[in-house]
Ligand binder design. Structure first.
Ligand SMILES: [Zn+2]
Length: 52
């Protein structure tokens, strides 16, 4: 089935497992690229700012 990534807006052809449809009925999809980017940015945000 076609899924539109909510981050980059690209459409991907993916097979979503049934449990995901049940747990996430809002049909939000994030592609692997954006997922990796979000994880990277989250990691960056966790780094405390350097003391002056
Ligand atoms: Zn994306």
């Amino acid at each position: 089935m076609k899924q539109k990534c909510i981050i980059c807006g690209k459409t991907y052809d993916v097979n979503r497992p049934l449990w995901e449809k049940v747990l996430k009925p809002k049909n939000t999809y994030i592609c692997e690229l954006c997922k990796a980017r979000i994880q990277y940015e989250a990691k960056e945000a966790q780094v405390p700012p350097k003391p002056m």
